[in-house]
Ligand binder design. Structure first.
Ligand code: GAP
Length: 492
């Protein structure tokens, strides 16, 4: 059963997952807050991401960089010059629009990466008008998306809020390389906020002006781009991909890792496509048919990328939507920083004696978009139960279980419920609830994603057993308290 993004947004607000920031003052476009449940879900995603990607190699590490960075960082990275979006303004009501999105909405075709002139021509050719007042639109221009910050009392020093977490690992590269005993490959991961002055923020947290990214920058020897020590383990793994040539048929095609290498993609790159897909299918439990890698063409690729596939999920409320990307950034960034900072970025591979500026493979993920996807794909209205259900995988759900006394006015039942609650919460995320009817409590638990509801009743007092209700089947089982932890461990 599907739902609209508005329905999902209403659900998220009512339950305390996500809602507009500064809401008591009318909100601020493109900014969201996470409530108690949303924060827990987001942390669970971030922990799963860290656990999975940092354990890919013993020389992968997490760092934390500053959110405000020196102007020269973005001169060197190319963001000052190239990090722009096309914008068109209504000649009458002066509302600004992101030109490519406006055109895509009108002609139902991807136009990302076209020049301002080409976009202006499309507006004219298709007679696209201001959606607000139907007046003519002005020629397309570009706008830099970074937020400048004026530092100091007189505001004389200009810096920028980072538009991606990636630049911290790049400017930290040389120091971390020395600190980590000069070993290559080396991975530097960051989980943190990024800021972009989006022209049209929209769709809850999918397009915000402040959002969280989880990115891993792998610095490697460019002469080894066509190898990976674990390649054999994944060579037959079937990847869900939409290459440029598949766009006409609009088909996602299953192609093995080896087939993509035979088509010319570097082994190091394709190995990481496999690793990413496994994360989505096996950890986030995204159904295979809802996942794809989307190959970008030369016009669409980010300005720093040689190879660029987007990671996309088919959201119930939106269709296929970008969640992240696998970016082969080559030596674009380190070279740029070497030029502007005069700090040498060259290193020696101690295993081969080769000297080079490392190349970078970037595994990039939008945390808020992935959290949105977990909510979107696991949320449904259950007609039979008469309430919403959030069937999140157990690893991600804010509460794995809940403990209820059947009645709240019998001391011995309530006392026993507290005893069980204390036992369970030592090992699992758990909440205690004794308000309203048990039916209402079950509904509330379904809505916040709780996998098991444990109810203590009069029988418990006689035989030390409780009922355990499963969120997904609504089936109830009688389990002895002494076997409860084992049951909860074994039935995740
Ligand atoms: N370091 C590479 C980089 O930043 P990107 O494709 O611009 O690449 C990476 O961003 C991911 O960050 C996207 O795939 C998306 O999931 C997320 N993202 C980008 N802009 C966003 C926005 N305005 N709101 C929410 N998430 C965003």
């Amino acid at each position: 059963m599907t739902h609209t993004s508005q329905e999902l947004a209403t659900f998220c607000k009512q339950k305390g997952f996500i809602y507009r920031s500064s809401e008591i003052y009318g909100g601020l476009a493109g900014f969201y807050d996470y409530g108690h449940l949303g924060t827990s879900l987001k942390h669970n995603f971030q922990n799963a991401w860290r656990g999975y990607f940092l354990s890919l190699h013993d020389n992968f590490h997490e760092i934390e960089g500053s959110e405000i960075m020196h102007e020269n960082v973005f001169k060197a990275s190319g963001h000052l010059e190239n990090f722009v979006d096309p914008i068109t303004k209504c000649s009458e009501c002066q509302v600004n629009y992101r030109a490519d999105h406006l055109i895509e909405g009108a002609i139902k075709k991807r136009v990302e990466g076209l020049s301002p002139e080409q976009l202006s021509n499309l507006i004219e050719e298709h007679k696209i008008k201001c959606p607000h007042c139907k007046s003519d639109l002005m020629p397309v221009e570009v706008m830099n998306m970074m937020f400048p910050v004026q530092l100091g009392v007189d505001g004389s020093q200009r810096a920028y809020l980072r538009p991606e977490t990636a630049q911290s690992p790049f400017v930290n590269f040389k120091l971390q390389f020395e600190l980590l005993r000069k070993k290559i490959p080396m991975g530097l991961a960051m989980v943190g906020r990024a800021y972009r002055n989006e022209i049209s923020p929209r769709s809850l947290t999918l397009r915000q002006r402040a959002f969280t990214q989880a990115e891993l920058q792998i610095f490697f020897n460019p002469s080894k781009v066509n190898e990976h020590p674990d390649f054999e383990k994944v060579k037959n793994y079937p990847l869900q991909v939409m290459l440029q040539e598949d766009r006409e048929s609009n088909m996602v095609v299953e192609r093995s890792v080896t087939e993509l290498v035979e088509r010319g993609l570097p082994k190091f790159y394709v190995y990481h496509l496999a690793v990413i897909q496994k994360f989505y299918l096996e950890v986030l439990k995204i159904p295979k048919e809802k996942f794809r890698f989307y190959e970008l063409d030369d016009k669409e690729k980010a300005f720093y990328n040689k190879n660029h596939f987007d990671i996309e999920i088919d959201l119930n409320s939106q269709g296929f939507t970008e969640m992240g990307g696998l970016h082969y950034r080559t030596d674009h960034d380190l070279k740029g920083h070497q030029e502007v900072s005069k700090e040498k970025m060259e290193v020696v591979d101690e295993t081969t004696g080769e000297k080079f500026i490392p190349h970078v493979l970037e595994l990039s993920f939008g945390v808020d978009r992935n959290v949105y996807a977990l909510l979107d794909l696991n949320y449904h209205k259950d007609e039979q139960r008469g309430n919403d259900v959030l069937a999140l995988p157990s690893e991600f759900t804010p509460f794995y279980c809940a403990v209820f006394p059947l009645v709240k006015n019998k001391d011995n039942v309530v006392g026993k419920a507290h005893e069980v609650y204390d036992l369970v919460r030592k090992e699992f995320s758990c909440f205690y609830d004794q308000t309203a009817s048990v039916g209402r409590r079950y509904a509330r638990a379904d809505e916040n994603g709780t996998k098991y509801c444990i109810t203590i009743d009069f029988e418990t007092l006689e035989d030390e057993s409780v009922t355990v209700r499963d969120r997904d089947t609504t089936e109830q089982k009688r389990i002895k308290i002494k076997e409860l932890l084992h049951y909860l461990r074994e039935n995740k």
